[in-house]
Design a protein around this ligand. Sequence first.
Ligand code: CTP
Ligand code: MG
Length: 194
Amino acid sequence: MDEIIEGISAILRAVWLMVPMLIPNSAAVLFGGGTPVDFGRKMKDGTRILGDGKTWRGLIGGTLSGITLGLIQVVIMKALDAPEWTYSACVTQTVIILFLLSFGSMFGDMLGSFLKRRIKIARGAKAPGLDQYDFLIGTLILMVPLEWAWFYDNMLTTENMYLVGFIGLIVLIPIMHRAMNIIGFKMGKKDVPW
Ligand code: CTP
Ligand code: MG
């Protein structure tokens, strides 16, 4: 019984700490529009580098939303005196991690679009797997070399069941992704519910 509670708590903690990675893509839908990140340029293959779905406003708005939310989370957990639910005792490291989670998420989303364009999947068309996990992959590409110790101590160690939390997060990602896209679609912010 205690193990189940510890496991659920570890999953909630992993989701909580990864909010700055989970939010930017949805925030980008709200803030997006205007000049595309690739400035409309095409590659030699005749297809856009990223496409009109990746804009500067989305990139910057998404990244700043994630960082802002992360800072709010830190204030909440400091007030509740729950240090294990914050990123780091050090303010500088906290900001670095929030940036890696948030920008990494948008970076992964762009990487996903880059790959979709190379295999001729049109902007907005589905790419199962890639659509759900591109932001996690982007975050890991930056996090693993730059903040490996933090990532290991908070997501991979079996201590406190943190690894169970991270695996739980990976399982929940497609469900959360689907839910957010349906909300975006219903709000009229997304053309398609995926
Ligand atoms: N968006 C944006 N800038 C970003 C990311 C997203 O403006 N950097 C906005 C765009 O309006 C985009 C919407 O959020 O259409 C949904 O994002 P996403 O599903 O990632 O883009 P798609 O339009 O599906 O394009 P792609 O096929 O390249 O994924
Ligand atoms: Mg899409």
